[in-house]
Design a protein around this ligand. Structure first.
Ligand code: CP
Length: 311
């Protein structure tokens, strides 16, 4: 794997291998490794982020890398420099990996063949968010001991979700059943929905799924304002207390966050016993350690030797 541009291009085996390594790091909380000692990596966030940005930085520092944090507002991009020229500039200084979040769908396809350093997609427009997808899969695997055979419902603003963009490829590849539910105006483009993915009413999705994953309404990507109030959205399309009571025994609630409490999910459900939302955030560090390590050390990395240097 030269870059992590999306889940679309990964095989089931590659996803499995990343999850295995992420699970190792999840079981090694606080372990400081030297596997990337002396290597320079840069984080370029052209869109707002808390979880992805900081968990990448924690992951990189736990692996011993030197971390450069790019600030778009004080960079030469404000003078018109392109992202490609920016990445090449960092590359010329010896930066070996660039973690990028951008508004632009498909930026990585454009850059991939034009740079030597390794690119990691931290969310591109409404296209993909592969590391969020990996941490979600890790969380499901930890909870249920498997992904194959799980029923996963993703509910809400599907059209504008890059998290869904990655799960549309990952969950069927890993053998899970994917159910989608949401307002008609926020359904994904039909050509993007793979064969076998079911579109259902929200009550059916909540009642039958092992994993109920709620998505935020991404107003920042809408071209017109919502025609209903937040309260109306919550009752019609959100995970209300009443709907949550319909969930199967053992079923869990997930959300990539940030959460809009009281809109797509009732505030009490964010921190309830069924919720894995905070666990997802914790797993973000482990998943991103696995990605950074795998990309920078090469796919034939000898995990045992990195274990030795981790101690
Ligand atoms: N889930 C996620 O991508 O969160 P941030 O926008 O805070 O990084």
């Amino acid at each position: 794997m030269r870059h992590l541009t999306g889940i679309k291009n990964l095989s089931r085996e590659e996803i499995g291998s990343l999850l295995k390594r992420a699970d190792f790091w999840a079981k090694s909380p606080g372990v400081q490794s030297e596997v990337l000692r002396g290597r320079f990596v840069a984080n370029l966030f052209f869109e707002a982020s808390t979880r992805t940005r900081f968990s990448f930085e924690v992951a990189q520092k736990r692996l011993g890398a030197h971390v450069l944090n790019f600030i778009p507002e004080t960079s030469s991009t404000v003078k018109g420099e392109t992202i490609l020229d920016t990445v090449r500039t960092l590359e010329a200084m010896g930066v070996e990996a660039a973690v990028i979040r951008t508004r632009k769908d498909g930026l990585f396809e454009e850059l991939a063949d034009q740079v030597e350093l390794q690119l990691i997609n931290a969310g591109d427009g409404t296209n993909e968010h592969p590391t969020q997808c990996l941490l979600d899969l890790l969380t499901m695997q930890q909870q249920f001991g498997k992904i194959e055979g799980l029923s996963v419902a993703i509910i809400g603003d599907l059209r504008h979700s890059r998290v869904l963009g990655s799960h549309l490829h990952a969950l069927p590849k890993m053998g899970a059943q994917l159910l989608l539910a949401g307002p008609a105006s926020m359904m994904p483009q039909p050509q993007l929905v793979p064969h076998g993915v079911q579109i259902v009413e929200i009550d059916e999705a909540v009642r039958t799924a092992d994993v109920v994953m709620m998505l935020r309404v991404q107003l920042e990507r809408h071209t017109s304002s919502l025609f209903i109030s937040k309260e109306e959205y919550h009752l019609a399309h959100g995970l209300t207390l009443e709907r949550a009571r319909m969930m199967k025994p053992g079923a869990v609630i997930m959300h990539p966050a940030p959460v809009n409490r009281g809109v797509e999910i009732h505030t009490d459900l964010v921190d309830c016993e069924r919720s894995l939302i905070h666990k997802q955030v914790t797993n973000g560090v482990a998943a991103r350690m696995a990605v950074m390590e795998t990309l920078l050390r090469g796919s034939d990395v000898k995990w045992e030797s990195s274990l030795a240097t981790a101690n």
